[in-house]
Design a protein around this ligand. Structure first.
Ligand code: ADP
Ligand code: MG
Length: 335
């Protein structure tokens, strides 16, 4: 009998990316970072060219019944801005390719571009081109270019044993907002959570400030969930970590609304996606400076864990002192 061929369910999105990374290797000396980080980095003298791309597909990433075209335009660019933010880079230019169904009203596309324009203006980036095609569902792909000083940029690799682990903002709000949209449509008083899902705000200024001051050793944006994105940072840095559950930053709205939807209080904060916060590591000597940064930018930054040797893996310490290694880390396509 012929053995059943492996499919994507078995290896998942990240298993596939790891394979692609082995199939495609590069020896180009100008390529500082290829596959394996939030952004590709190409050396251009003392500066570096940053390139990132993200795709949004109707029915997978968004639903037209709850995300309006204006919000979709803003969000399409925001998710790419977040990747540039995670390197501490300056976003500059973007191209957008769109696949659209024939019966889509023109007003949908004009509102989409209005949202795109608003986000572009806020973050001072310019649309320079793209591509357009017929498609059964709406597909949006943006390729965003940015720049940075090579010596300032922060990568997923670079974390060292003994470093502190920090995260910006609060976690789990967007995932809870999405759950509310899916299960109830709307709840009076929980609009703030839904807004976090529909209108994420990329931490571009925070990323640039951290990079410029050389406070951090590694950084990633939290797009698929705290634990899975932490595990990417750990893997690239060749280290392990512990995260203290009771230090995970939670919003007042998350605390208020999580219970009717989930038994496990921390689940969405640990492994829900789309927070678009920044997760970074910094040597303990920097610990005193972080509160100043947080106050000056008015963004909460929380010390949630520490970097350990690789053999420790990733584990979570509960309030009662017990620790566990989570089985589900976060969102992964095909799984
Ligand atoms: P993020 O969540 O920050 O957007 P991803 O997990 O999508 O990052 O991607 C991780 C790395 O894998 C990046 O370097 C990205 O460019 C690369 N990558 C993702 N998909 C592909 C692909 N189909 N072919 C080549 N590289 C890919
Ligand atoms: Mg990312």
């Amino acid at each position: 009998m012929k053995a059943k061929e492996k499919d994507l369910r078995e290896i998942g999105e990240f298993g596939l990316i790891n394979r692609i990374r082995k199939w495609i290797t590069s020896s180009d000396p100008a390529l500082v970072q290829g596959i394996g980080d939030d952004v590709a980095v190409i050396k251009m003298g003392a500066k570096a060219l940053l390139v990132t791309t993200d795709i949004l597909i109707e029915g997978i990433h968004f639903d037209r019944s709850w995300l309006d075209p204006y919000q979709l335009g803003r969000k399409s660019l925001a998710v790419n801005l977040s990747d540039i933010a995670s390197m501490g880079g300056i976003p500059k230019y973007f191209l957008i390719s769109i696949g659209l169904p024939k019966n889509l009203p023109l007003s949908f596309i004009s509102s989409f571009y209005l949202g795109l324009k608003k986000e572009a203006k806020q973050f001072r980036v310019e649309l320079i081109g793209g591509d357009t095609s017929l498609s059964q569902k709406i597909v949006i792909n943006i390729c965003l270019l940015g720049e940075g000083r090579k010596k300032d940029l922060l990568f997923r690799k670079g974390a060292r044993v003994g470093d502190d682990l920090f995260v910006s903002g609060t976690l789990g709000d967007a995932a809870l907002g999405l759950k509310i949209l899916q299960e109830k449509g709307k709840i009076i008083g929980a609009e703030g959570l839904i807004k976090k899902h529909l209108s994420p705000c990329p931490r571009v200024e925070l990323g640039q400030t951290i990079a410029k001051h050389h406070w951090a050793t590694a950084m990633i944006d939290v797009s698929d969930g705290l634990l899975i994105d932490t595990s990417h940072l750990l893997q690239e840095s060749g280290v392990g970590a512990q995260v203290w559950e009771n230090r995970i930053p939670l919003s007042r709205l998350y605390r208020k609304w999580v219970h009717p939807f989930l038994k496990d209080f921390f689940q969405l904060a640990l492994s829900g996606g789309e927070d678009y916060e920044l997760l970074f590591t910094a040597p303990s000597e920097m610990r005193e400076r972080i509160p100043y940064l947080s106050r000056s930018l008015k963004i909460p930054i929380t010390h949630i864990g520490e970097i350990l040797p690789k053999k420790e893996g990733l584990h979570i310490i509960r309030e009662d002192g017990k620790n566990y290694s989570p089985s589900r880390l976060g969102f992964e396509h095909f799984k």
